[in-house]
Design a protein around this ligand. Sequence first.
Ligand code: ZN
Length: 325
Amino acid sequence: MRVHPGSGTWPEDGTEPYGGAEPYGGTEDGSAGDGVALREIGVLLAGRGVAVLSGAGLSTESGIPDYRGATGRARPRTPMTYQEFTASEAGRRRYWARSHVGWRTIARAQPNAGHRAVERLRRSGHVAAVITQNVDGLHRAAGTVDAVELHGGLDRVICLDCRRTSSREALDRRLHALNGDFRDAGGRINPDGDVELPDALVDGFRVAPCEACGGVLKPDVVFFGESVPKDRVQQCYDLVDGARALLVLGSSLTVMSGLRFVRRAAHSGKPVAIVNQGETRGDALAATRVALPLGTALTALAAQLGSAGAADPAGRPRQGAGGGA
Ligand SMILES: [Zn+2]
């Protein structure tokens, strides 16, 4: 998981306006309680101009496992830190070798029913803004082209020396040309495109430099140990401040980089609703919570809310693969 500077322990400040609202997600055995909670979320959100905050759980139905897995327990992993990446060529080789294998899964992934339902809710005016912690680009692929990517996007690469940005697709072709015999050891992929590989395999990998200046290329994503750019954080605060409610989708809110927006909404008296399969660090701040699978829950929510109450506020044409239905 990522932990950013400014992360801290969950404050015991006792100022949670929505604390203790309802029991978690309904009945012990199942869907009846979840269905009730889902309808409550629909009522809560109807016509509100909601801000969405999405996490890895929204992309699992696109074939990208989240950091936790079915048990809800975090899987052990050793993510690359910004410091390791910048400090040594060996660190960068490790990152790019693993990411080179993982990129294929990310690049092939398609938006799922959850991403498409979010886009329908945006077009019908119930959702006013989408902030995502995901770096897989799937909101954009579903047509939500102005989704704010809090942690950046794996489809872009930036040169740490000349700051030129370029596409990951182009870099992928160069890495293939440099590493024709590089084999996939078949490790499990993480939402940040990282795949576990044996050191011996990593050692033979050849990294590509910036084509403009020969400098160091880094994916345009926020690494463990790196800060989210201040202007991007402010943009997200502005979106939350401009919304009348916050809907959290598929995030355990483990890191402050996402949790702070939940706190911002709750502390300013806005209802927070959470759809996530497992407990979250924001549960005490939530007015309503439901633990249904995201695709099912969001499709039902979009159907419940329909197009009542609003035309497309952006007046924008439909775009992108998978944006239909
Ligand atoms: Zn450069």
